[in-house]
Design a protein around this ligand. Structure first.
Ligand code: HEC
Ligand code: HEC
Ligand code: HEC
Length: 125
């Protein structure tokens, strides 16, 4: 009986840790951006993929560019600069990748889209 009680306590403890992760206390860690996000960070954590998809649909169908939820802007703010060079935002431990590895999400966006502001300037997208 004693062993079971201890195990139960451990499992409950783990569950609290996991839910705490999405509140930003533990879990994936990534370089912090400067300035203000396009929405508040809590909203972004929960809805960034919806925003990105709507934005893409708007651009592709209606030719709207430079709007609020542009993927280009995400990269400009969220790519970490180390020793004067921006790190690819989808590299291990970097902003987009850190959470996605943790949550086992895979995205194909960066097979086409630039992963650093420099690459954007060269490729213009
Ligand atoms: C003007 C700069 C800026 C732009 C543009 C920007 N962000 Fe942010 N973002 C921030 C800052 C600052 C924070 C809060 C600090 C941090 O977590 O890096 C933040 C937080 C976030 C968070 C929550 C991170 C956490 O703490 O859990 C997500 C997710 C996010 N941004 C995604 C995006 C996406 C996706 C885009 C493009 C649609 C974007 N951001 C555009 C600056 C920006
Ligand atoms: C096969 C190549 C390809 C893939 C994969 C791709 N895109 Fe795009 N995307 C484009 C092209 C081309 C444009 C139009 C270029 C422009 O508007 O500058 C575009 C435009 C966009 C835009 C509007 C422009 C901007 O910078 O905000 C967003 C947002 C966007 N894509 C998001 C995504 C997301 C999110 C994914 C992954 C789920 C993705 N794309 C995957 C090719 C791609
Ligand atoms: C704070 C953690 C976190 C950060 C940072 C983050 N993501 Fe996500 N992202 C998630 C989670 C969790 C999901 C899965 C959500 C779901 O499926 O309900 C997701 C899903 C997505 C999806 C949808 C994938 C699909 O198959 O539908 C796209 C697109 C996406 N993220 C793009 C980005 C981009 C681009 C960045 C960097 C600019 C980024 N994310 C940064 C946590 C994050």
């Amino acid at each position: 009986m004693g062993v079971r009680a201890v195990l139960l306590a451990l499992v409950l403890g783990l569950m609290t840790m996991v839910s705490g992760a999405w509140a930003g206390e533990t879990g994936p860690s990534f370089p912090k951006a400067q300035g203000n996000c396009v929405e508040d960070p809590a909203t972004m954590r929960r809805h960034h993929f919806d925003f990105l998809k709507h934005q893409r649909d708007d651009t592709m169908r209606q030719g709207i560019r430079g709007a609020k939820h542009s993927l280009k802007e995400c990269v400009s703010c969220h790519a970490q600069v180390k020793d004067g060079h921006a790190q690819p935002i989808n590299a291990a431990g970097q902003f987009c990748a850190s959470c996605h590895e943790y949550a086992a999400v895979s995205i194909d966006c960066f097979s086409c889209h630039a992963t650093t502001p420099q690459q954007q300037a060269e490729a213009k997208r």
